[in-house]
Design a protein around this ligand. Structure first.
Ligand code: GLY
Ligand code: MN
Ligand code: MN
Length: 437
């Protein structure tokens, strides 16, 4: 579907800005151009069918064409980028849809009908550039220095990207609302997944990541990808499900209890914790400091709920919050659900590894305006961590009857997608839920 007029104008500006970004990186790296190969789906072993596939995200940043296998974008050191769109002359399969829309004005566009023709076009184009041409795509040596420069810059989204991320949140929230109703009706994980696909108008492979829909104790499996066909008991639900808009991802989690009680009280406490953390976000804050703030707030929840029977300080000292939330507070979000560049200290590719106490942190950067992140604190009753606590030196800090009563509910995660503004945040997810209500 062609983009509506205002988005189309933003899209053209985005492509110009993106081209400038890639050209600045080419200039710094003293390169003559870069070939961004979309890639192609892989065949299953000893089979003639393929796995589901997503294009190289660098290709997708320029060309929002999810089915453009075999296509390429060529970015010269100066002048317009070129889209080589492969539409093979093939009677077995429908060719990829022809690109349409005003965004094509910002690129040179050429249709080719075979991989050989594409390779010939690329070779001719590369020979005409002044300076070495690198290839960024599957099967090629990673131009790591160049890639660090464009990945670092990618954290700050253009107005077009922000519009797409807002729209992806609105689509995902339709699915979340539908699943909430299905949970109230007592449906199975599989039925809830089908409801989600229908409400978001997505096929499975169009989702930015595999839906996580866990009833009861399955909420404690951080990336739970099975879908049980049987319904009961369904006392709790954790749904982590996104949507794609023009290739941009939403990544939203909600947690539900069927009845009021201590687990619902924990959900409410985690919701307040999440909103409290979001209220602290602004440019200049290092993300690892937010992870520490999250662990402090989680220690308070453990104490206030009665799960832990000790001071907040003792709970932190014993490392209990990390046992109940063994993942990072959030990550960059964009054309990829875990967007690139989260652990880059600078554009030259210096890495900022996660601090020792937070090894799972995907994001170690300092926040800047128009960076989009997820904020996804959790609290899970994960059997292997509970066993280690039960058998370890901090056994006496926990209220085991309450821990055991909560374990069948699995866990809680509440995940929103937010843009850092000059003095705070824009919460795409809460805005979308409010609009849907
Ligand atoms: N849905 C994967 C994540 O939250 O990072
Ligand atoms: Mn998620
Ligand atoms: Mn996430």
């Amino acid at each position: 579907m062609p983009a509506p007029a205002p988005l189309a104008a933003l899209h053209r500006d985005h492509l110009r800005q993106l081209t400038q970004r890639y050209q600045a990186a080419l200039a710094t790296e003293q390169l003559g151009g870069v070939v961004l190969l979309a890639g192609a789906p892989a065949f299953h072993f000893l089979d003639d069918t393929t796995a589901s596939w997503k294009p190289n995200p660098h290709f997708s940043l320029f060309a929002p064409l999810p089915d453009a296998a075999g296509s390429a974008v060529l970015v010269p050191a100066e002048g317009e980028a070129v889209l080589l769109h492969l539409q093979p002359d093939d009677f077995w399969h429908a060719p990829p849809k022809a690109p349409r829309g005003a965004w094509l004005d910002a690129l040179d566009f050429k249709t080719i009908t075979s991989e050989a023709a594409r390779d010939q076009e690329i070779a001719q184009w590369a020979a005409a550039q002044r300076g070495a041409v690198v290839t960024l795509g599957p099967g090629h040596r990673d131009p790591a220095g160049f890639r660090a420069r464009v990945d670092f810059a990618r954290a700050q989204k253009t107005p077009y990207e922000l519009a797409c991320l807002r729209a992806a949140n609105r689509v995902a929230v339709k699915g979340h609302r539908a699943v909430q109703a299905g949970f109230e009706a007592g449906e199975s994980e599989f039925a809830l997944h089908l409801r989600y696909l229908a409400a978001t108008d997505h096929e499975d492979h169009e989702l930015p990541y595999t839906n996580i829909i866990g009833l009861d104790e399955r909420g404690a499996i951080l990336h739970y990808h099975h879908r049980r066909r049987e319904a009961g008991p369904g006392e709790s639900l954790l749904i982590d499900a996104g949507a794609s808009y023009a290739g941009y991802a939403a990544d939203i989690t909600r947690s539900y209890a069927r009845s009021p009680g201590p687990f619902q009280a924990l959900i409410d406490a985690m919701d307040r914790l999440q909103q409290g953390l979001i209220a602290q976000l602004r440019p200049g804050i290092p993300w690892p400091a937010m992870q520490s703030a999250c662990m402090g707030a989680l220690a308070e929840v453990l104490v206030d709920s009665g799960l832990a029977m000790a001071s907040k300080e003792a709970v932190l000292e014993a490392g209990l919050p990390e046992c109940f939330m063994p993942h990072g507070l959030g990550h960059l979000l964009g054309i990829q659900v875990h967007d690139a560049g989260g652990q880059l200290a600078d554009a030259s590719g210096t890495l900022a590894p996660p601090p020792a106490q937070h090894p799972a942190l995907r994001l170690t950067r300092t926040l800047e305006e128009n960076v989009v992140v997820t904020v996804e604190p959790g609290l899970y009753f994960i059997p292997r961590f509970l066993k280690a606590l039960r058998e370890g030196p901090h056994h006496a800090l926990l209220n085991w009857p309450l821990v055991e009563a909560m374990t069948p509910y699995g866990g809680i995660r509440i995940e929103d997608n937010v843009r850092i503004t000059a003095d705070g945040v824009e919460n795409f997810t809460r805005d979308a839920f409010a609009a849907e209500a």
